[in-house]
Design a protein around this ligand. Structure first.
Ligand SMILES: Nc1ncnc2c1ncn2[C@@H]1O[C@H](COP(=O)(O)OP(=O)(O)O)[C@@H](O)[C@H]1O
Ligand SMILES: [Mg+2]
Length: 424
């Protein structure tokens, strides 16, 4: 009993120690809690600031998109438009956003472009980006050319959630391009009709007379010889006429050169690169149809030459056409034309090299003769006209077999503009 009422001193001591320990522990706990609270407060503050920043950024972004002059849109894989900025709505000629938002993009895309757009959309949702030109039909029924850059929009887990498209109106550019193409088509047509057609039909017409006379006199001679009625004098006179008419025919062909030399526009410094590009604009589609690849190798800093751009374009067109035609029976992988420019002394050099069958040596010597052709429907006037044009420019036109492998290289030279200026 006495033990219970008066605990021994050591027990009291232990109790006191335990109490002190508890007090210290609670104090420590309190300190930790306060510290944690402070850390938490700081973190909450930072998060709030981050959220505010985020909101501000989003606000900025929205303002930028809203004032962006190009159409910015978001779209689902099925083509439903989720968002579009005011510039986009204006482009689609929509009065209210709900005339567009929530509808299908395919309602606006012109029918002939829908399949391609669908393919682009599939690629974007597979994670790729793409660019495409297409036509839309606005809500007011107007057709416009658009160019869109489409990229995948991803969530935090990197999953593609929408197609983000930035689209601009390129109608004016397209019309300008079409205008230029039309101009070149007309130019090519006009110059072809002028030089080839007019000249060839004129020549044929003029040659008809001497040729008919030659035939008449020769038949007459033969008749007299066969019937034994012709005297030597008669026959000599007839053969003299044959010679005269043949000379006349030769003179008509020579006048071809004079005709080409009468350049209607004066020779001016020209950039060969520009002229080649213009010729490619015309002949490129033909070459592609025949699966011929044209490689251009321009010498850097090529000096300009003096001349008539249309005529030199005509030469390049003829040489490329001949090369394309020469390779028509080659396997498509070998159908290639190398067009290269270089300079040699005071002359600019243009070479058109093909990898076709080339020509036998005896034929090679004749290809510049008027009316020489190995083609069923050929006129045989392409190369003679080219040679006349090039020579009228103070240059030369020649053809030789490629050193290695098969094929022909046709090469022409033109006087450098510098040289012309020095002479003047
Ligand atoms: N790159 C070439 N490869 C092989 N033969 C060619 C080539 N270019 C021209 N020829 C030959 O030269 C001939 C004359 O060419 P051209 O004067 O342009 O007339 P055309 O093309 O109307 O036949 C052609 O029929 C062809 O036999
Ligand atoms: Mg030809």
């Amino acid at each position: 009993m006495q033990f219970l009422v008066h605990p021994p001193l050591w027990a009291l001591l232990i109790t006191v120690l335990i109490l002190i320990g508890l007090v210290l522990y609670v104090g420590r706990l309190n300190l930790n809690l306060r510290h944690s609270k402070k850390v938490l407060e700081v973190e909450i503050g930072e998060r709030r600031r981050a959220e505010e920043n985020l909101m501000q950024n989003e606000n900025h972004l929205r303002q930028i998109i809203a004032t962006e002059p190009e159409c910015v849109k978001l779209q689902t894989p099925e083509g439903i438009l989720l968002e579009m900025n005011p510039a986009g709505l204006a482009l689609m000629e929509a009065g209210q956003p709900d005339e567009i938002i929530g509808t299908s993009v395919y309602n606006i895309i012109a029918p002939e472009f829908r399949d391609d757009y669908r393919k682009l959309s599939t690629r974007v949702f597979a994670g790729e980006s793409g660019v495409m030109e297409f036509q839309i039909i606005s809500l007011k029924g107007r057709r416009r050319w658009m160019e869109t850059h489409a990229v995948p929009l991803r969530d935090r887990c990197n999953k593609v959630i929408a197609l983000l498209g930035i689209t601009r109106d390129i109608t004016a550019r397209k019309h300008a391009e079409e205008g230029v193409r039309q101009h070149y088509r007309e130019l090519a047509h006009a110059s072809r009709v002028n030089t080839m057609g007019e000249m060839a039909s004129g020549l044929a017409h003029e040659l008809n007379q001497p040729l008919a006379a030659i035939a008449n006199y020769s038949h007459g001679c033969l008749r007299r010889i066969r019937s034994g009625t012709g005297t030597v004098d008669d026959l000599t006179r007839a053969i003299e006429q044959v010679c005269n008419q043949a000379d006349r025919a030769a003179e008509i062909i020579r006048s071809l050169r004079g005709f080409v030399n009468k350049a209607d526009s004066p020779h001016q410094p020209q950039d060969i690169r520009d002229i080649v590009h213009e010729a490619i604009l015309i002949v490129g589609p033909e070459a592609r149809t025949h699966e011929v690849e044209i490689n251009l190798k321009f010498m850097p800093d090529m000096p300009r030459f003096m001349g008539n751009a249309i005529q030199i374009e005509q030469v390049i067109l003829n040489l490329i056409r001949n090369a394309v035609e020469a390779m028509s029976n080659m396997p498509p992988v070998l159908r290639r034309i190398d067009l290269r420019t270089s300079i040699e002394g005071n002359m600019a050099v243009v070479e058109v090299r093909d990898f076709g069958p080339g020509l036998p040596h005896e034929t090679l010597a004749r290809i510049f003769d008027p009316f020489f052709t190995t083609k069923m429907t050929g006129m045989g006037m392409g190369l003679p006209i080219c040679r006349s044009i090039v020579e009228a420019h103070g240059g030369t036109l020649s053809a030789f077999h490629n050193e290695k492998g098969c094929g022909l290289t046709v090469r022409f030279t033109l006087r450098r503009a510098m040289e012309e200026t020095l002479h003047e």
